[in-house]
Design a protein around this ligand. Structure first.
Ligand code: GTP
Ligand code: MG
Length: 299
């Protein structure tokens, strides 16, 4: 069998041929290369070895069954109902640069708007030129309310004013965009802490949701990024984006091995409808069947 190390599980398991003892090593390599974590990979390899001690080769279905047995419980543990019953819900999207925060914010606004919730987006990325216009373009297209401020202003000050307005208008869901930042830049991380405290100044009874947006193509750096953001802010959810373009979904299993923050949504494209709630079984099916992506809503 010609099993080249591949970058995604679709390609690893996309073959329908038998797996022999010799090809197991290649399979292990391929799992690592597609960012499946060490712990999960070793468990899978051990289970495959045990199974193989009884027969000289394994079918695709047998390998898939073992993978599901090991990965599914881990992923089910990461499922969470996205929105709590608090009113209003305040959701921050945080993360490093360019992962898809603003796009995901627009997708969430679209989703909640469709559920007939009153949504306000707060454009609190006052750092990157054009960040506010980017969000403005999205919300105009979707006909959703936006609170804007001046470039360069303190994002907490902008947030405070936006929160006061949201409270006065009886908004159900407040979505707050933030500027991308590296987890190693302490002053910028402190700025996010300050923003979190600002929510409690206006709505003392509300614990904001802090969702970290992660680009599926990030690779191993994702762990240190996630851990730092989690330590600083107490993340309450993760959103994995760009699963359509990379299919490196194995990194979700690495996350499951090391961090117990639930995954709330998956980004599967650049359009407003390309956001799906995280469901463990659906996600694993997506990894195994390329065609499955077509089953999900597209514009
Ligand atoms: N293919 C694909 N592209 C995405 C997805 N989500 C976001 N993008 C693209 O990723 C790029 C960056 O998205 P932004 O939303 O600007 O990312 P950001 O995190 O807000 O960036 P900064 O504010 O600069 O930190 C854009 O070209 C988006 O269209 C996704 O799920 N799939
Ligand atoms: Mg942005």
């Amino acid at each position: 069998m010609n099993l080249k190390p591949q970058r995604n599980l679709v390609n690893i398991f996309g073959f329908k041929k038998k797996i022999s003892q010799e090809s197991l090593k290649l399979l292990e390599e391929a799992l690592y290369k597609s960012d499946v974590g060490v712990e999960t990979t070793q468990k899978i390899m051990k289970a495959l070895q045990e199974k193989m001690s009884c027969s000289s080769s394994l079918s695709f279905e047998e390998v898939k069954t073992i993978f599901y047995e090991i990965a599914l419980p881990k992923l089910i543990a990461l499922e969470k109902k996205a929105i709590t019953s608090s009113h209003p819900s305040v959701i921050f999207l945080v993360g490093v640069n360019g992962v898809g925060k603003t796009t995901t914010l627009a997708k969430l606004a679209f989703l909640f708007n469709q559920e007939h919730k009153k949504v306000l987006c707060i454009a609190a990325d006052t750092f990157r030129a054009a960040a506010q216009e980017q969000l403005d373009q999205w919300v105009q297209k979707l006909n959703i309310e936006l609170f804007l401020g001046k470039m360069g202003m303190d994002p907490s000050a902008l947030l405070f004013d936006g929160m006061v307005q949201a409270k006065a208008k009886g908004i159900d869901i407040i979505l707050c965009d933030t500027a991308g930042r590296l987890q190693t830049k302490k002053p910028l991380m402190d700025e996010l802490k300050k923003m979190k405290r600002t929510v409690q100044k206006v709505l003392p009874e509300i614990a904001p949701e802090i969702w970290m947006v992660i680009d599926a193509t990030t690779g191993h750096n994702v762990l240190s990024q996630c851990q730092e953001f989690h330590e600083t802010l107490g993340l309450t959810g993760l959103i994995i984006t760009k699963l359509d373009s990379s299919a490196r979904g194995g990194m979700v299993l690495t996350l499951a091995d090391t961090i117990s923050v639930p995954i709330v949504y998956l980004g599967i494209g650049e359009k407003s409808k390309d956001l799906i709630p995280f469901q463990a079984k659906v996600f694993l099916d997506m990894l195994f069947e390329k065609a499955n992506a077509e089953k999900y809503p597209q514009e």
